[in-house]
Design a protein around this ligand. Structure first.
Ligand code: PEP
Ligand code: MG
Length: 579
């Protein structure tokens, strides 16, 4: 039994979808199945266990197919967001790593299907847990979801856990699966709180897609909250208040009203240009991972895709994506985004972030290891397959190609040489591609920033990746909480480095954008305009917010303000002066 939580108890997590939600707690079942273990089974029993297991896999696949159909029917399109994730789950159920290994385990260890599955899942899970990249690590939870479903079917438990909800509630869960979220009756849900998850977890992506406040990474909120507790969720700051006092409730109701009218007001900006009061235009583009994100992005008035992260194509599978899969994915996005640009970033995984398709590299410092372009230049066949797919898609819209993690000229030239090879092959095969496809690089390694003048002579555009640039420049691991306090986009070193990259781009006459998280945070818009960027690329939700901010600014005044302010030695002072 839980003790009743005292009034006004506050918790803090990672706010992943902004806004205020007020409502009663609804604990989404977090029941973990107790898995029975039987060993020393005879041959006949083992055959029966294998049969039970394959039946449970088939049933699970059929259930997912049904959920998938329901998602596609969803008229609001919020389900469609996750169809590819469900597809990946169905594929995982056909995967050798899971299915054959479990059958082998039943047969070699003489154990029951549940126990064999649990053991195999555990070892796959451990593999994912060691992955440093947050996004990829979270894909390990996909394994848990599908394992859980097969186990439930093996044990005759009903997996669909979402009951009828008749009043406004805040869903509390350890984590939410895409299949869970697909069944949530959206009209009654006011917010999400989860123990697990980060900015790229399913709950986060889903909450942002349906624009409901959410906080993840709360550790043990499922333990401290009881059904029916009154909750305030502040998805912007990551704060949760349990059983708030009347005056706190009143205060948040006011904030909520202000926020709602702000959000409502934002929709006026959809068709308006991102232009300052004195006529300076800023191009706002979107960051995407899935094709399903494109309609929302365009609805919010983005002028193209400034960063298409292609890692998703490589996830949740044992084989590598074929050239045709690459081609189809990029073609679809390019067609939807045309006549605007689609900047396809070649894949950015490697080091210990490799998936099952590739051998595991034992690296002590994976963030400084064989990742992104470095990996591609070692595995040129994998790289060229992707480049051929991008090139072929380039005749279906305005596609540009972008290389991540470039640290020097030699690397850039090698990457361009492979792109040339791919072009030559396609030409010989008589396959169409855009001869003038633009080539750009991400500036996210300090060495690249320092020689931006040299790199600018050999590419058509730059995109500054501040997520990594801050990590490498300030020597703070992106995933390490202990040094999170040092994360400061207004650090003078960051402002100087961005400024020098922009200057180099200007001098060479090429475009320079910025696609790290700060592009979508309105408190940095003024600084980013002052630094002279041509384009900012951000998640769909941020486009209207940043557009509103741009339209409230006066470019002439920003220019007057900045020269001396950007030279301030302390980031806090820069922030104060600028804002
Ligand atoms: C970045 O580093 O700023 C960036 C946009 O790339 P990613 O977050 O995918 O590493
Ligand atoms: Mg990066």
């Amino acid at each position: 039994m839980k003790e009743r939580v005292e009034t006004n108890k506050r918790y803090h997590g990672i706010g992943v979808s902004p806004g205020i939600a007020i409502g009663k707690a609804f604990l989404f079942s977090t029941e973990k199945l107790e898995v029975p273990a039987f060993c020393y089974l005879d041959k006949a029993k083992l055959n029966y266990e294998v049969e039970r297991f394959t039946d449970a896999v088939s049933t699970s696949k059929a259930q997912l197919q049904k959920i998938r159909e329901k998602m596609l029917e969803d008229s609001k399109g919020r389900g469609r967001e996750h169809v590819r994730i469900i597809d990946a789950h169905i594929m995982m159920m056909e995967d050798d790593m899971l299915v054959s290994d479990t059958i082998s385990h039943i047969e070699s260890e003489g154990v029951n299907a549940e126990w064999a599955l649990k053991t195999v899942l555990q070892s796959i899970k451990e593999f994912f847990d060691e992955i440093e990249d947050e996004y990829l690590r979270e894909r390990g939870s996909d394994i848990e979801y599908i394992g859980d479903r097969i186990l439930s079917n093996l044990m005759g438990r009903k997996r669909e856990r979402m009951p009828q909800i008749d009043e406004d509630v805040i869903i509390i869960a350890r984590d939410l699966t895409p299949t869970d979220t697909a069944q949530i009756p959206g009209s009654k849900i006011r917010g999400f709180l989860t123990d697990l998850g980060g900015r790229t977890s399913h709950t986060a992506v889903f909450a942002r897609a349906i624009e409901i406040p959410a906080i993840v990474g709360l550790d043990d909120i499922t333990r401290v909250v009881s059904n029916g507790d009154m909750l305030i969720v502040d998805g912007s700051s990551g704060a949760v208040v349990i059983n708030p006092a009347p005056e706190v409730l009143e205060e948040y109701r006011k904030i909520k009203e202000e926020f709602s009218s702000y959000e409502h007001d934002l929709h006026h900006y959809t068709s308006l240009p991102a232009v300052t009061v004195d006529g300076y235009t800023m191009k706002l583009m979107g960051n995407i991972e899935f094709v399903e994100e494109v309609p929302g992005l365009m609805e919010h008035g983005a002028e193209g895709v400034g960063l298409y992260r292609t890692e998703y194509l490589y996830l949740n599978r044992r084989d590598l994506p074929s050239e045709d899969e690459h081609f189809q994915a990029y073609k679809k996005v390019a067609e939807m985004v045309a006549p605007h640009d689609t900047i396809v970033r070649t894949f950015d995984i490697g080091g210990d972030k490799l998936l099952s398709q590739m051998e595991n590299l034992d690296e002590a410092n994976p963030a400084l290891g064989l990742r992104a372009i470095r990996f591609c230049l070692k595995k040129t066949d994998i790289f060229k397959t992707q480049l051929r797919g991008i090139l072929r898609a380039s005749v279906f819209g305005k596609v540009k190609v972008m290389f991540p993690m470039i640290s020097g000229i030699k690397e850039l030239r090698m990457a361009k040489a492979i792109l040339d090879d791919a072009r030559m092959e396609l030409r010989k095969e008589g396959k169409a591609y855009d001869e003038d496809i633009e080539i750009g690089i991400m500036i996210e390694v300090p060495s690249a920033a320092l020689i931006a003048d040299l790199l600018a002579k050999e590419v058509d555009f730059f995109s500054i990746g501040t997520n990594d640039l801050l990590q490498y420049c300030l020597a703070i691991d992106r995933g390490n909480d202990h040094v999170d306090y040092l994360y400061d986009p207004l650090h003078p070193a960051i402002l100087r480095i961005i400024k020098s990259v922009v200057r180099a781009a200007r001098y060479a006459g090429i475009e320079v954008g910025l696609c790290g998280e700060i592009a979508g945070e309105p408190q940095y818009t003024k600084v980013l305009i002052a630094l002279g960027l041509d384009q900012l690329s951000m998640n769909a939700l941020s486009v209207l917010r940043v557009k509103k901010e741009v339209r409230s600014l006066n470019y002439g005044e920003i220019l007057k303000l900045t020269e001396e302010n950007l030279a301030e030695p302390d980031a806090a002072d820069v922030g104060k002066l600028i804002n």
